[in-house]
Design a protein. Structure first.
Length: 140
């Protein structure tokens, strides 16, 4: 059951996937996305033979019909104001426009980056993150 792949086959597949992801994340954003969902998760990544935890920044745009679209996925050393600011500026450079409302966790660096790059948009703390954080204070 299953298939065995050589290390070179896996490497070749990864190179093709990397190129596809790079093209996907560089595409122009032509339509407006009034709603933007921002989040990060941490994944263990091997770079130059070293395995370390890195932030994966994610932006999901929601159009006027309620359709969601992954706009960007990017590795960052950490989830800081500067990494979020660069991420959001890159989205704007690709054509992100029409944002009226942003949903994210309560990360201070992210909130500052949103205020700097997407000035004037409404922001709401993600309900799921809020509940998870609240449950940390509830006795078990």
């Amino acid at each position: 059951v299953g298939h065995a792949f050589s290390a070179s086959a896996i490497s070749a597949i990864n190179k093709r996937l990397d190129a596809s992801l790079k093209a996907f994340c560089a595409r122009k954003l032509k339509e407006p996305f009034p709603y933007l969902i921002l989040d990060a998760r941490y994944e263990r990544v091997r770079e130059d033979g070293i395995i370390a935890s890195q932030a994966v920044l994610i932006a999901i745009g929601v159009d006027w019909e309620g359709r969601r679209q992954v706009l960007a996925v990017e590795l960052a050393n950490r989830e800081s104001r500067s990494s979020w600011k660069e991420f959001l500026e890159a989205l704007k450079a690709r054509g992100l426009h029409g944002v009226e409302f942003v949903v994210s966790d309560d990360h201070p660096g992210l909130k500052k980056a949103i205020a700097e790059v997407l000035a004037g948009v409404f922001w709401q703390r993600c309900y799921v993150h809020f509940l998870r954080n609240a449950l940390d204070y509830v006795p078990r």
